[in-house]
Design a protein around this ligand. Structure first.
Ligand code: C2O
Ligand code: CU
Ligand code: CU
Length: 497
């Protein structure tokens, strides 16, 4: 069935080329993206489902993770058939300290290959979950690495060739938290006041199982769902006290970008991004978070009165045909208890030094617009039927597309200036800083003023990033984190030598 799903989508893309040529595929791409937005309308519920909080396991002793079929209660009173790494959808939260050796015994109890990619972690090549390292059904693999990076909110998910989107959509993903002493010195809210929020949209059949059946139109825009879930709970609420909360927010959706904000005029105090704490707290009213990105925020609920309801919501935004046209509520916080708060939000957080662009020894530019004929790489349908490319190329497991040297600094530019789609570009194996954004939003966003591994390139935007490659040799992937784009070829390899 799964292979059939995939054949169906590549088949229809190929058919379009055979019968109508590239131009009509492009036109149908645009038209059907709009149709999709009309068909997939977010369903808002009563926010009476309790927010699921994943259990926490620490890396002090070996961790066992099993990918398998589970049931979960995504919709209140209904059983959903899902995949998970624990006993439900998603996974336990893994929490480790910098410097720790981590050993994860992973077992694949699915009926197909899978593997785990540690998104945001710098680990050896053979531990990174590149699609070439697969774990067969009924087999296991021991992931082992030493944590050598700053405190931050990372995550993990499968990365098998062509089927990452389906496995993530069906429930395989989890949060991986790193702590260190620099972070500990800030005494940030913890325990019940530190909440991970994995935001994902799901399509769900009447029988409760998750529906992942992309048509060629879904491959163009990415696969969307009507049910906006947090930690695997749709229409969820969470009871809170009058305190400052630390929310570690992950956009774990396949394709949906959220323009996150809080109701009641509350701000987000952004303290961290993908790669850890920012230098200083950034206060914003809303933040555009694309698939794969994380923000670490402090939300100040301390001056609210008991009985107040606060919604985490997504506001409408411009850019990308169908994306952003809707605004909706995601989950609800109920203030149920008055307590005193003594913590105050820090302004200075962590040491952060911008990488000087003068250190760069090379600039590489990648055309990612894809959907315009003419100019640059243009759109060129290969025999793979791939419709999303980077620099005119689609993914080849064994080809090395770029070679970089360890301990050198480079600038990479993702050029979506002729594009009409949103592309969250992600690099394995390195953390980068956003150097500039021209066109589109035109500026570096507040949550981008730190270490990143995923950056959103909106239509018309050209985004430059700068990074120093670690002394961690081997082949790593970089790709669009719209998982349907990734699975349809929008991924390349680079090698650190
Ligand atoms: Cu989270 Cu290669 O991706
Ligand atoms: Cu990654
Ligand atoms: Cu993309």
């Amino acid at each position: 069935m799964d292979r059939k799903d995939f054949l169906k989508l590549t088949g229809s893309a190929t058919a379009l080329v055979l019968f109508g040529g590239i131009t009509s595929l492009l036109e149908s791409c645009k038209k059907t993206t709009m149709k999709m937005s009309a068909a997939i309308k977010v369903i808002t519920g009563k926010f009476d489902n309790t927010l699921h909080l994943p259990p926490i396991i620490t890396g002090a002793s070996p961790i066992n993770l099993v990918a398998k079929k589970n049931t979960a209660s995504i919709i209140k009173g209904k059983t959903s058939y899902v995949l998970g790494y624990g006993d439900s959808i998603l996974a336990p939260i893994i929490k480790v300290n910098n410097g720790q050796n981590v050993s994860i015994n992973f077992q694949n109890q699915l009926e197909e290959i899978t593997n785990i990619h540690w998104h945001g972690l710098i680990v050896p090549e053979n531990m990174d979950g590149h699609p070439q390292y697969k774990v067969q059904p009924n087999s296991s693999f021991n992931y082992q690495f030493t944590i050598n990076q700053k405190a931050g909110t990372n995550w993990f998910h499968p990365h098998p060739h062509l089927i990452t989107g389906r496995q993530v959509f069906k429930g395989l993903a989890g949060i991986f938290i790193i702590n260190d002493s620099e972070e500990a010195a800030l005494n940030l809210p913890s325990g019940e006041f530190e909440i991970p929020l994995i935001i994902q949209d799901k399509r769900i059949y009447a029988d409760g199982s998750i529906n992942y059946s992309p048509e060629s139109t879904d491959v163009m825009s990415g696969y969307f769902g009507q049910y906006i879930c947090v930690n695997g709970s749709w229409s969820a609420y969470h009871n809170i006290k009058t305190k400052i909360y630390r929310l570690r927010i992950l956009n774990g959706s396949n394709a949906r970008v959220y323009n996150l904000s809080l109701s009641n005029g509350l701000n987000f105090n952004i303290i961290g991004s993908d790669g850890g704490l920012l230098g200083t707290t950034q206060i914003v009213n809303n933040v555009l978070l694309s698939p794969g990105e994380r923000i670490d925020v402090l939300a100040d609920f301390s001056s609210l009165s008991v009985g107040t309801e606060v919604f985490l919501q997504s506001n409408s935004f411009n850019g990308g045909d169908s994306q952003g046209s809707e605004s909706f509520q995601i989950m609800k916080f109920n203030v149920t208890e008055q307590v005193s708060e003594t913590f105050s939000i820090p302004t200075v957080l962590a040491a952060f030094t911008p990488i000087a662009s003068s250190l760069s020894i090379k600039t590489r530019s990648f055309e990612i617009a894809n959907n315009h004929s003419g100019g640059h790489g243009g759109m060129n349908m290969g025999s793979s039927g791939s419709i999303h490319k980077i620099g005119g190329k689609s993914f080849d497991m064994d080809r090395i597309d770029e070679t970089v040297s360890a301990n050198t600094t480079e600038i990479w530019e993702f050029d979506n200036s002729a594009g009409e789609d949103l592309h969250p570009m992600h690099l394995h194996g390195v953390h980068f800083q956003v150097l500039s954004r021209t066109g589109g939003r035109g500026v570096i966003q507040p949550h981008e003023m730190g270490w990143k591994d995923t950056v959103l390139c909106m239509p018309s935007e050209k985004v430059k990033i700068i990074m120093t490659f670690p002394n961690n040799l081997g082949k790593f992937a970089f790709h669009c984190h719209n998982l349907e784009h990734e699975d349809s070829g929008m991924m390349l390899n680079y090698k650190i030598v």
